[in-house]
Design a protein around this ligand. Structure first.
Ligand code: GCW
Length: 711
């Protein structure tokens, strides 16, 4: 059977007629019509989605609304919107809060009814998408009884989108937000964006880059923002904006942005009042301050909390929140960059207003292929800490490499901070349960652009999907999430799903091996970050590669034990002691914490040098395995998307060799040791790799390109 080519626009919300005749007949017998008393815009959106989904999946000939009997009905409602739901007296509703839902098959006399119940319209919206997901993934409805509620309150996307339409670290085209035509032209993509977000439980979006542009806070842009918010509102997606700390000077005419200056505080209060006049359900601000050249309170001898609290005070009367990024480090400070966020922020624990949260990256440096969990998690019990992860693959192969990130996200979520004994995992810091915080949140830097398939690589949308599913329930496994996404995006063919899941799971370790094995980190090309650059030096040390690997003729790696920067002391025992001891430090983190001789004996018995070379080779071989796996699936999905992935895997294999050869020749130049058997010899010499220059790499807006020394 020739499958119709698809362009990926529908993402995982493909409601194609179920091909399995038997299953289709069974579903049609179990699901015959809808009873949904939609009173609010969100309920209307939910009802429309349910009709759209059932029409697509079970066939358009059904008249989904008009049926007198309850048998086979999908009854959607809250106890107040539906008398029937009220009579069910569902005890589980007490545990699902404002956004959760209950889905069950309810037997009443000879009838069997499909119930989607919630306490609010948002819960119904999420319940409808969850119900449709069951059909999309061919789940049995027999004995159905799902009770689900989000573990984290704020489930947010961060768009590093600039007002000129470029996207910082974006590799899937230009920004979705057509600021020039807004507010009068509303692209249909905005609705599909909101549907996709709601389908995975995302409830907040930050439209603008954290390297912020104050213009977004001016009235013309606020009306443009309000037009987007109007589209997102029926899908429960709340709008936030990035606030440029120097805005009072740039658009307010003030001579200072000092947070302790009364005129500055008054300016922000007036500005926030103006925003809420235009956008009554505005979420609040996300702020990058005193980091990588962004303005902030330090410019006035103030501390982070002074800045965050000034904005929090302005937002508080409107119920808004201030999210202050903990991605702070200073070129003029000689301290190990790994430690600087803790040095700056831990002393301020407990001084932030109750409507201020800190947004903390998964690791202490910067979204590397593998990082230890950020030591701030567990170090600031009095402050709600949001987790920030990166979906866009700035350091993981752009939109060219197939890298499934759920295992990376879960590595951090499951990391034990030991701050309150064993089991004090990052996820429990983030969901607020460990320290009793009411506010909780996760944020992800999106990979979304205006490419037709939204994320560039046909598999990149899996990371948007995985982030949403984990922000709702971080206990979901990477495998289960991949299973859902593959079935909804491509096919329910069991062989395809099982095989592709393994390829996705393996892709996470593969990229670490062919880019930065054994704890190597931050060895990418300067500026655009595309490709290897272990030789990068000569600019501010913490933006070079040599600062992080510290290779010489004898040894390699960053000593972060007591004999070095002592960054390990930021962690709690037993993790701290495990890391500090070279023999117990996990080998995949070795060079994060130790400066070891090239002849150091690894657990395999091989020297570090031989192990590193073999790891690089293994990474290349892993990509070749992905190519073979994908070839075995030809014909299982449409030709267009099959070929798109095949072609990109060829690039990924070539670039994996590029990373391997550039790094091996570079590190070999220090000690001249032979490359071990089993590792393909580099195709060129070091000078060749160092001479490679790329122009107009995506993700670096023009204004930053070529300014060597930009990070
Ligand atoms: O990952 C780095 C990127 C910058 C980014 C910065 C941040 C938005 O190279 O492009 O700036 O982190 O997280 O603020």
């Amino acid at each position: 059977m020739v499958l119709k080519n698809e362009d990926g626009y529908e993402l995982w919300l493909r409601y194609n007629l179920i091909e399995d005749e038997e299953l289709l007949a069974s579903y049609r017998q179990q699901v015959t019509h809808i009873k949904f008393n939609a009173n609010t815009p969100i309920e209307a959106a939910a009802q429309a989605e349910l009709e759209r989904g059932l029409d697509g999946l079970l066939g358009p000939e059904q008249d989904w609304i008009e049926k007198p009997s309850l048998n086979g009905a999908v009854v959607c409602g809250t106890p107040t919107s539906s008398g029937f739901i009220d009579t069910l007296d569902l005890k589980e509703l007490a545990s699902v809060g404002d956004e959760g839902y209950v889905i069950k098959r309810h037997k009443m006399d000879v009838h069997t009814i499909n119930v989607i119940a919630a306490n609010t319209d948002k819960g119904l919206l999420y319940g409808v998408f969850a119900f449709l997901r069951l059909l999309q993934t061919h789940q049995s409805l027999d004995g159905l009884h799902i009770v689900s509620a989000p573990k984290v309150k704020l489930r947010m996307l961060n768009h590093w989108d600039n007002l000129d339409g470029t996207i910082e670290r974006g590799f899937a085209g230009h920004s979705l937000w057509d600021w020039h035509k807004l507010p009068h032209f509303i692209s249909p993509r905005y609705t599909d964006y909101a549907r996709a977000c709601a389908s995975i439980g995302l409830n907040a979006t930050v439209l603008t880059n954290v390297n912020a542009n104050a213009l977004i806070l001016t009235e013309p842009y606020l009306h443009k923002v309000a037009a987007l918010a109007e589209v997102f509102r029926p899908y429960g997606v709340q709008v936030f904006l990035t606030a440029r700390f120097s805005a009072p000077m740039e658009i307010g005419g003030l001579s200072t942005a000092d947070p302790l200056d009364a005129d500055v505080a008054a300016w922000w209060k007036d500005k926030v009042d103006q925003i809420y006049n235009i956008l009554p359900d505005f979420g609040g601000f996300v702020v990058k301050a005193n980091s990588e050249g962004q303005p902030g309170p330090h410019d006035y001898g103030r501390i982070h909390a002074d800045g965050a609290n000034m904005l929090a005070d302005a937002l508080e009367p409107h119920g808004g929140i201030c999210i202050w990024r903990a991605f702070v480090y200073d070129a003029d400070v000689k301290e190990d960059r790994f430690k600087q966020a803790n040095s700056q922020l831990v002393p301020q624990d407990g001084t932030f207003k109750k409507n201020a949260l800190l947004q903390v990256k998964n690791g202490p440096i910067d979204f590397q292929p593998r990082e230890p969990h950020h030591p701030l998690f567990g170090a600031m019990p009095k402050t709600p800490l949001m987790l920030e992860v990166q979906i866009t693959q700035e350091y993981l192969g752009f939109a060219t490499h197939l890298v499934y990130l759920a295992p990376l996200f879960k590595e951090t979520l499951n990391a034990d901070t030991y701050c309150d004994g064993a089991g004090s995992i990052v996820a429990r810091v983030v969901d607020g349960s460990l320290d009793g915080h009411d506010m909780s949140g996760m944020a992800a830097v999106t990979n979304i652009g205006d490419d037709r398939n939204w994320c560039g690589h046909p598999f990149a949308a899996a990371n948007w999907y995985a982030y949403g599913r984990l922000a709702w329930d971080y206990e979901l496994s990477s495998e289960q999430i991949a299973d859902e996404w593959l079935r909804m995006t491509f096919s329910n063919d069991e062989q395809f799903v099982k095989t592709a899941i393994k390829m996705m799971i393996d892709s996470r370790e593969a990229v670490v091996k062919y880019m930065m094995p054994l704890g190597l980190h931050h060895i990418f090309e300067v500026g655009h970050h595309y490709g290897p650059g272990p030789w990068v030096d000569g600019i501010r040390p913490d933006w070079t590669a040599v600062y992080y690997h510290q290779a010489d003729a004898e040894s390699v790696g960053f000593d972060r034990t007591a004999t070095g920067s002592d960054a390990v002391s930021l962690y709690n025992p037993p993790y701290r002691d495990q890391l500090a001891n070279v023999d117990s430090c996990p080998e995949n983190m070795l060079l994060w914490f130790h400066h070891v001789p090239w002849d150091y004996r690894m657990k395999s018995g091989r020297t570090l040098w031989d192990e590193m070379c073999l790891m690089y080779q293994e990474g290349v071989d892993d990509v070749r395995q992905m190519q073979q796996t994908w070839q075995s699936l030809e014909g299982k999905i449409d030709t267009a998307r099959y070929k798109h992935v095949s072609d990109l895997l060829m690039v990924q294999e070539r670039e994996a060799r590029w990373w391997r050869d550039a790094c091996i020749t570079y590190f070999q130049s220090f000690h001249g040791k032979p490359i071990p058997d089993g590792v393909e010899p580099p195709e060129h010499d070091l000078d060749y790799y160092r001479s490679i220059v790329h122009y107009y790499v995506p993700g670096i807006p023009e204004r930053r390109f070529g300014k060597i020394g930009s990070n």
